[in-house]
Write a protein that binds this ligand. Structure first.
Ligand SMILES: Nc1nc2c(c(=O)[nH]1)N(C=O)[C@@H](CNc1ccc(C(=O)N[C@@H](CCC(=O)O)C(=O)O)cc1)CN2
Ligand SMILES: Nc1ncnc2c1ncn2[C@@H]1O[C@H](COP(=O)(O)OP(=O)(O)OP(=O)(O)O)[C@@H](O)[C@H]1O
Length: 241
């Protein structure tokens, strides 16, 4: 975080520059009037949590109500748009570590693309919750992998599958915004993961067009994705990476 400007109260003539007992970054402790522009009003933060909970359940009910045919058609359309985006942004996928997801709870099924990427020579991986409230772990997957039951009953590669770090990662969304913000299931797993990875993978949100929100009321922990792909196409453009 950048060092805030020194409050005016600390720059009197009697104190020569560079002779403070604490460095300027400790100004918040020195001057009780110091205002932290990144601090969140706890009452507002609680309202956002409540609002997100309601939006998640509304969007999930809407998604559950889609017909099997509509869901399959959307999945196939997303596979097409995503394959185009990958081709344009990365050329060949051979040798690249690509994290997908195993569909749960009405998420678009992109498994045919995962198999195609594996056949092309990409190293395909899937995300796992191995430790609660910690970053996700990514483990290698191929069409031959015998899946086991992971956290939340999500099928995952077995514990002896190689752990890898993705260069490109899909993030299934419950809701999304045109700025690339994502509403997930509420565990904060993708934000936590993206916050720890350096370089950050090129992250592509995957969801239904109807799950678009005007805003998610972004909080300091929310990290915007690089692109959002829905059955209608690339909804949020890559941020020039
Ligand atoms: N297909 C798929 N796989 C994925 C994800 C995903 O979104 N989709 N994830 C993306 O992150 C991770 C799993 N995400 C999870 C998110 C929340 C909880 C969870 O325990 N939820 C609580 C209640 C959450 C709530 O308040 O609704 C629970 O069910 O008790 C578990 C896993 C990794 N794998
Ligand atoms: N980088 C982080 N470090 C610590 N906690 C975090 C971080 N990111 C998110 N969280 C926690 O996770 C909680 C849920 O976050 P959020 O509402 O953004 O979840 P989500 O993106 O919908 O969930 P998910 O990614 O699991 O699908 C936040 O209230 C916050 O406490």
């Amino acid at each position: 975080m950048p060092c805030p400007a020194r409050p005016a109260a600390m720059t009197s003539d009697s104190e020569a520059p560079g002779r403070y007992a604490s460095p300027p970054c400790m100004a918040a402790e020195v001057d009780p009037a110091y205002f932290d522009p990144l601090a969140v009003d706890p009452e507002q933060a609680r309202d956002v949590v409540r609002w997100r909970r309601a939006e998640r359940s509304r969007l999930r009910a809407e998604r559950d109500a889609l017909s099997v045919a509509d869901r399959q058609a959307a999945g196939a359309a997303i596979v097409g748009h995503l394959a185009d985006l990958l081709r344009k942004s990365f050329g060949t996928m051979r040798g690249r570590v690509f994290s997908g997801y195993w569909p749960i709870k009405g998420e678009p099924d992109l498994r045919p693309l995962l198999a195609a990427l594996d056949a092309e020579g990409a190293l395909v991986a899937l995300p796992l919750v191995e430790v609660k409230a910690a970053p996700l772990v990514f483990r290698r997957w191929t069409p031959e992998t015998r899946m086991v039951r992971g956290d939340w009953n999500i099928p995952v590669p077995p514990p002896d599958a190689e752990a890898v770090t993705p260069e490109i990662a899909l993030a299934p969304v419950v809701g999304w915004t045109a700025e690339g913000f994502r509403l997930g299931y509420g565990g904060g797993y993708f934000d936590r993961t993206l916050a720890t990875l350096s370089p950050r993978p090129f992250t592509i949100g995957i969801g239904f067009q109807s799950a678009r929100l005007a805003t998610i009321y972004p909080q300091p922990h929310d990290i915007a994705l690089d692109a959002i792909v829905t059955e209608a196409g690339i909804a949020a453009p890559p941020h020039g990476r």
